[in-house]
Write a protein that binds this ligand. Structure first.
Ligand SMILES: NC(=O)c1ccc[n+]([C@@H]2O[C@H](COP(=O)([O-])OP(=O)(O)OC[C@H]3O[C@@H](n4cnc5c(N)ncnc54)[C@H](OP(=O)(O)O)[C@@H]3O)[C@@H](O)[C@H]2O)c1
Length: 270
């Protein structure tokens, strides 16, 4: 198999894995970067459509990460892609906030053959706790009982690669999760088991968490969105789907296996 595929977000959590899986599958990958291009990568900025002409030349498919809080500018990028490619696989989100919904509509109307991936929260999000865990063996936060079905980034990539290289995914919306729903307090406990040293969840108030996130410069609407979603997940755990296994023919990776692979990031260096 030798298809030329443009991977955007190629240095990111999912795009890096998509690139690796595609290369393993024998595809020709063009990795988009805002930095200087090298043998494997091509320069381009998704917020500047004119910078993408070289990137889209001769590609058959695009793995699209849209790392912005608005769909503005996407239509122009899709029009450019549609001049060259016939297919797009878009990394959306199970949260389907306004801009993601708008992006999905634009993709469905782009004239490209499309597949939409809607992953739930990434297992890699827990890396935000690494510093606290290394320093104190404690994670402080609100809504310890919020339960989410964290998905391993390699499973998202594995599904993306199937959609990019095999038939049967045109017009599909794939909702992707890990195999279990785990509360935040349970996630922290699993990380403790992976590093061989207990880690404790310390519940704080949502107001304190809000103040801290705002002090770090996070936009208020993002902070409120996160806290509202977590509050909801204390009442209704996020669901578990079987999509990863159905598409990749292997069980979705557990958070336990993700934590074991990433134990080094959480272990205190003495
Ligand atoms: N985290 C979650 O739980 C979650 C859940 C569901 C969906 N998602 C979605 O996943 C997406 C993020 O994916 P990720 O976590 O794999 O990415 P990531 O690790 O946050 O990395 C962002 C990527 O986007 C690239 N990028 C940023 N601005 C760019 C620009 N102007 N032009 C071209 N490339 C640009 C970066 O490349 P550079 O090397 O140039 O910086 C980088 O490769 C978001 O759309 C998010 O909504 C996330």
């Amino acid at each position: 198999m030798s298809r030329r595929i443009l991977v955007t977000g190629a240095s990111g959590t999912v795009g890096r894995q998509v690139t690796a899986h595609l290369l393993e599958a024998g595809a020709e990958v063009r990795a988009l970067t805002r930095g200087p291009a090298d043998l494997e990568s091509v320069h381009g900025d998704l917020s500047v459509p004119d910078s993408l002409h070289t990137a889209v030349q001769g590609v058959e498919a695009v793995f699209l990460v849209w790392p912005f809080a608005s769909a503005e500018g996407l239509e122009a990028v899709l029009a450019l892609a549609a001049d060259h490619a016939r297919q797009v696989v878009y990394l959306s989100s199970a949260a389907v906030r306004d801009h993601e919904r708008q992006a999905e509509h634009l993709i469905e109307r782009s004239g490209l053959e499309w597949t939409i991936l809607r992953p739930h929260a990434f297992a890699a999000n827990t890396l935000r706790w690494a510093e606290q865990i290394r320093a104190e063996g404690v994670v402080s936060g609100p809504y310890g009982e919020a339960a989410m079905s964290l998905v391993h980034e390699r499973d998202i990539a594995a599904v993306a690669v199937r959609a990019l290289t095999q038939d049967g995914h045109a017009g599909a919306v794939h909702e992707l999760t890990g195999p279990h729903s785990l509360t935040q307090a349970e996630q922290v406990r699993v990380i403790g088991e992976a590093i061989g040293s207990p880690v404790r969840w310390a519940e704080t108030s949502p107001d304190d968490a809000r103040r801290q996130m705002l002090a770090r410069g996070w936009p208020p609407e993002v902070v409120d969105g996160i806290l509202e979603a977590q509050a909801e997940m204390t009442l209704a755990p996020s669901p578990v789907t079987t999509t990863v296994e159905e598409i990749t023919a292997r069980p979705a990776r557990t958070f336990r296996s993700w934590a074991a692979e990433h134990a080094h990031a959480f272990r205190a260096t003495t």
